[in-house]
Design a protein around this ligand. Sequence first.
Ligand code: TYD
Length: 203
Amino acid sequence: MATVLKNFIVFEGLDGAGTTTQMQLLAEACDKRNRACKATFEPTDKPLGRLVRSILKKQIVTTPLALAMLYAADREDHLHNPIYGLVAELEAGKMVISDRYLYSSLAYQSVECEFERVAALNDFPSPEYIFFIDTPIEECIRRINGRDAEVELFERAEFLALVKENYERIFASLDEGVNLVRLDGTLPKEEIARQVREILISE
Ligand code: TYD
């Protein structure tokens, strides 16, 4: 059984589901209550994450498996980097809140790569909570198209439909000790944030 990292909280969902917003709202709630926390995201803004982002922006072309390896390398660095690694932050008593984690790799990369191969690359500890923001694909696409940015590699309805199927399969067999919470992504963002706080933070 994989190790579960206490106080490690991750948000997952399709592109446009609202994971970034909820990661930020939870971090603000922690700050307001003087609860030490670190808000973060994957792919990271560190060199390996930036390499991933340039592939998503179609500035660099590579293979799906190479991309899966880069996501995993970025994640290893995110967890264990000697300067900014998350595991050390957790050990120091912080709550760590991440916008995406290994479940994104399992769901997205296994559309184009063999699931077992992706899973083997992502043999990392589990978070204590996964908040899955369940937003209908049409709504995700509407939000993506409303953004002031170029459409990225995976931001297509047909692809996201496969990602959604993968998420459901992954969530059916999570490691023991991992709490999955599904949130209705069509609710107002403040209401979703309230539901998250109700679970994690005693008011
Ligand atoms: P994200 O930063 O959440 O999207 P945005 O740039 O819109 O804020 O994630 C970038 C993309 O990378 C998104 O399509 C999901 C995908 N992704 C994977 O395919 N595998 C992964 O392991 C992660 C972390 C993200």
